[in-house]
Write a protein that binds this ligand. Sequence first.
Ligand code: DCT
Ligand code: MG
Length: 416
Amino acid sequence: PAHLLDISWYTESMKAGHPVEILDRHKLQTSEAEVVVFSVPSYACQRRTTLENHNAVLTDALALLAENAELSEEEGRGVAFRRAAAVLKALPRPVTSMTELRGLPCLGDHSLRVIKDILENGASSEAESTKQSERYKALKVLTGIFGVGAKTADRWIREGILGLQQLQESGQTLNRAQQAGLEHYDDLNQPVTKADADVISEIVERAVVSVLPGAQMTLIGGFRRGKLSGHDVDFLITHPEEGREVGLMPKVVSWLESQGFLLYQKTTRNSYLESKDGPGRPSSNMDRFERCFSIFKLTEKERRRTKHPETATENGLRTVSTPEPDPHTGHKLWRAVRVDLVVSPISQFAFALLGWTGSKLFERELRRWAGHERNMSLSSHALYDNKQRIYLRATSEEEIFAHLGLEFIPPSERNT
Ligand code: DCT
Ligand code: MG
C-alpha cells in the first residue's frame, strides 16, 4: 500500500535484504489497535533466509502441496506454493492473523486460503487430505526410489503399482539406477547427518588429492548452507590451473571404486562450450557438467577413522570407540549414502559454486532475477549479458551478485 512507502528506513532495510516490520499508520490514525504488517522484497534472492523458521506449521503445509504439485508434474502450481512458503520463512515472527500478510508478495489466492485455514482451524484440510490420499502416498514411496521420477511413478500407478512389493512382483524392468535405488531403499530414505557428510568429505578429499595433487574440493548443496542433515552430499571439484581438471572425474571414480567405496555410479560428460553469440537456450541447467551420481558405502570403520577428532590423544592415537549399530539398520556396519560429484574448470568455478549451493528456489529466483530484471542469462557455467552480448567474468560469488545488482547473500542465508 502506498502509505507505507514513505518510510525511508523501509527501503534501506529492504535493500539490505532484511525483512522489516511496519506499523500500519492508517490503522493507528483511526485509533484502532496497532496492526503490524511485514514487508519482504519479492525475489527470494533479495532476502536473507536462515534455517530459523518461525512459521513451520504454515510452510510445511505449503511445501506438501508444492511437492504434490511437482509430483503431479504441475510445475507452475508447485513454484507458486514454494514462493509463498519462502515468503513466510523470511518473516521474523510467527504470523497470527491474515491482516499481517497485507502487502506481502507471492501470496496467491490458493496459498492465502491454505494459510487462513491453518490460522483458523489449526490445520489445512487440503494439505491433510492430500497427505492421506492413496495417490500422494504411492507417489512418495515410488519416487523415494533413487532413479524414479514423477513420470515413471505416475505410469506405474496407472498400472496399479502403489508400493515396493507390488513393484517387485510386477516384473517391471528397472534400469541400473532404479535397481540400486530399490536395493538401498531404506538407507537412501534416511537423512544424511552432517557428521557423515564430513566423513565422506574426507574420503572424497583423499581421492581427489591422490589422483591430482593440487585439485580442490568444496562441500556444496544443503550442507554448505549450514543444514544439519540432507538427502545427499554434494561436492564441487576444480583445479587452480585451467584445463588440469579435464579427465579428473573418471580418475576420482576409479580410485573410489578400487577402495570399495562405490555401490553405484553413473558419470555424465561435460558438454558445455561457450558460444560466440551467447548462450542459446540451454535445454537444462542441470546436465552440462562432468558430473557423477553415486551411492557411497559408508562403513563404521570410516566413521571411526574420521569422526570425533577431538578424541585424539596427546601421542596422536585416537581413542577407538566400540562400533554402535545403526538404530535404523540393525547390526549392519555400513550405510548407503547418495553422493553427487561435480567437476568444474576454474574459469567457471564461481558460477558452479553459486549454482550448486542452492537452495533450489534460491537458484530459480536468481535466474529469474537475472532474466527479468537485468536481461542476463545465468547458469552454473556463466553469466551472459544479452544487451551487451558479452559474458561477464567472475572469480567469486560476490562478483556475480555484484554483476546482477544484488546485495551479497551468504550461503547460510540462502535457505529459502
Ligand atoms: N539444484 C538446482 N536445481 C535443481 C536441483 C539442484 O539448482 N533442480 C542445485 C541447488 C542445490 C544443489 O543443486 C544440490 O541439489 P540437492 O542435493 O537436490 O539440494 P540440497 O539443497 O543439497 O538438498 P538436500 O539437503 O536435501 O540434499
Ligand atoms: Mg544435497
